[in-house]
Design a binder for this molecule. Structure first.
Ligand code: SF4
Length: 354
């Protein structure tokens, strides 16, 4: 699987701590693609073939002109065997998705899935968190995407935003999408939102309210036919993100671009914006802890078959109190979190680390 990082955004959203930089016109995009294609050429041997999934994330990949996206797609076709490709996703922001752009995107013949950052359906809230689109634009973007032939569309929402609003009424959207990612707002250090909260200019809902919203989101999506398969991800049957599911299964992947991560099964590598990179070889304990951390965020949970014999007793012992309090159930040889347990997945995982 391949991840392409596109590091540009029109402007910074107040809550965002991802690496991204302002777009500096057409030349900036062309230079970025030149460097990306060089990296692709150098590192193409690092990934097992054939490639099953490709994911363009960011940043804002839909900021790239179609011509530049086309050069990346050509590069992928040159460097990798895409004959068995199952899923190719482009993250997009609503304001970029005009009918013309979408048709050209479709004509590139690679992408079969869009992940659209809707975030909220309240225009005032969108403005407050620095988004450039309105709720109406978001709705039109999704409709335009359907008309252009994209039938696998995911939308992102944020709950726990600084308002008294419930999770927005997303019913209109839910009719025409196949996947929803709903994230609890987190205040990341160094962001504009963190400063606003610190200065008392923005008041966030308390933990109890965020938990209430989480359950409301789950219920609303459940009623609309979306099942939860990870703490933040909900899909119609068969429409789970193949790419993300493979991350959680710890499948090796190649990440290209200035902020991309890669994983070859033992070693993690981080590309840095200055063109250098860092890497770390995982010990057996690191690999086990990562497995616990990622699988506990999924509804399938920890498969006992993936637990080394020497850790089994410790795991059973550590899980006992979470089973007793109803956060975890043991079924089909998996320790699986309940809806409540998913909310505490990171804390439970930390208790189980070796
Ligand atoms: S568009 Fe996405 S990556 Fe860019 S600043 Fe906003 S949240 Fe961050």
């Amino acid at each position: 699987m391949i991840y392409i990082h596109v590091p540009f955004c029109h402007r910074k959203c107040t809550y965002c701590a991802f690496y991204s930089k302002p777009a500096h016109g057409v030349d900036g995009f062309a230079q970025y693609v030149d460097v990306l294609l060089e990296e692709m050429e150098c590192r193409k041997g690092e990934q097992a073939h054939p490639i099953r999934t490709v994911y363009f994330g960011g940043g804002t990949p839909s900021i790239l002109p179609i011509g530049e996206l086309g050069r990346i797609v050509d590069g992928l076709r040159r460097c990798f065997d895409l004959s068995q490709l199952e899923e190719a996703t482009l993250e997009a922001n609503p304001e970029d998705l005009t009918p013309e752009y979408l048709t050209s995107l479709r004509d590139l013949g690679l992408f079969n899935r869009l992940s659209i950052g809707v975030q909220s359906l309240d225009d005032e809230m969108l403005r407050l968190i620095g988004r450039r689109h309105t709720a109406q634009q978001a709705f039109e973007a999704v409709e335009n995407a359907r008309r252009a032939g994209f039938d696998n569309i995911s939308i992102d929402f944020i709950y726990g935003l600084p308002s008294n609003l419930d999770f927005p009424n997303v019913l209109e959207f839910l009719r025409i999408v196949s996947h929803v990612s709903a994230y609890a707002l987190t205040v990341e250090e160094g962001t504009a939102l963190a400063r606003q909260v610190e200065q008392g200019r923005v008041a966030l809902p308390g933990d109890d309210e965020v938990v209430r919203q989480y359950h409301a989101v789950c219920k609303q999506l459940d009623n609309a036919g979306f099942h939860q398969y990870e703490v933040s991800n909900f899909a119609r049957p068969g429409c789970e993100s193949k790419h993300n599911s493979r991350y959680w299964d710890r499948t090796p992947y190649l990440g290209l671009g200035p902020g991309a991560h890669s994983f070859d099964g033992r070693c993690r590598r981080w590309n840095k914006p200055d063109g250098t990179f860092e890497e770390e070889t995982l010990t057996e304990a690191d690999a086990y802890n990562e497995m616990v951390m990622t699988t506990l965020r999924t509804t399938r949970g920890i498969a006992l078959v993936h637990v080394p014999e020497e850790q089994m007793e410790r795991l059973h012992h550590g899980m006992k109190r979470y089973v007793d309090c109803g956060w975890i159930v043991l079924k089909d040889n998996h320790y699986a979190p309940t809806k409540e347990g998913l909310l505490h997945a990171d804390g439970i995982a930390a208790e189980l680390f070796v």
